[in-house]
Write a protein that binds this ligand. Sequence first.
Ligand code: CA
Length: 232
Amino acid sequence: MDSKTKVLIVEDELKLARFVELELKHEGYEVAIANDGRSALDIFEEFKPNIVLLDLMLPGLSGIEVCRRIRKSSDVPIIMITAKGEVMAKVMGLDNGADDYITKPFAIEEVLARMRVALKHKRTSEEQGESSRLSVRDLTLDLGKRTVKLGENSIELTKREFDLLAYLIKNKNIVISREQILNKVWGYDYFGETNVVDVYVRYLRTKIDDKYNEKFIHTIRGVGYYVKDDEE
Ligand code: CA
C-alpha cells in the first residue's frame, strides 16, 4: 500500500493552520503543523515531509530564512504563503528556493492544485535519472546531482536558477519566450508578473556570464532569451 504524502504546514495563525490541516487530511494527506520558524525546522527533520506549505510572516525565524535552511539539505517542494502585495517577498522566497507561492486569502482548491503541480514536478525531475547531463561549450549541468560546472569551476545556483538554465540549454540556439519559460520552469501559467523571468535571467548572468566573462544567455528584445552554442 502506498504511504500517505506528508505535508508540513508552517503557519502561526492557529485557526488557519487547523483549517488547512483538516482539508488536507480529508484529501488523504498526512499532516504536521509548526507554529513558528524554529519548530518548523525541528519538525521538518523529524517528520520528513514530502512537501511544505510555508507562511512568510512568522515569529522568530522568517519564512524566507526557514526556506533557505531547508534548502541547504533538501529539495522538498516548498510553497510559500504570502500576504497580498508582498511582491519583493515573493521574489525573495523564490530566490531562496521556494517552488511556488500562494497569496492569502486563498481557496483551498488552489492550495491543492499547486501542491499537485509541485509534487508532480518533483517526480518528473527525479525520473530524469542520475546520469543525464546537459552542456553548452564548457558549461555542464548534471541533472541528477543538480550541479553546474564551467570548466573546472563549480557554480552554485538556487533550485529555480538551475531549472531555468537547464531549460534554456535543453533548447539551446532556440529563442524561448518569457511565457514559455514561466510555463515550463515555474510549472503553470503566471498571471502578470512575467518579469520574474527577467529577474532570474539577471541572477544567472551575474553568476555565470559576468563572473566568468563569457556570454551564454542572449536576449532578443521583445521576444525572449536563448543560450547560444558557438560550435553550431
Ligand atoms: Ca503569519
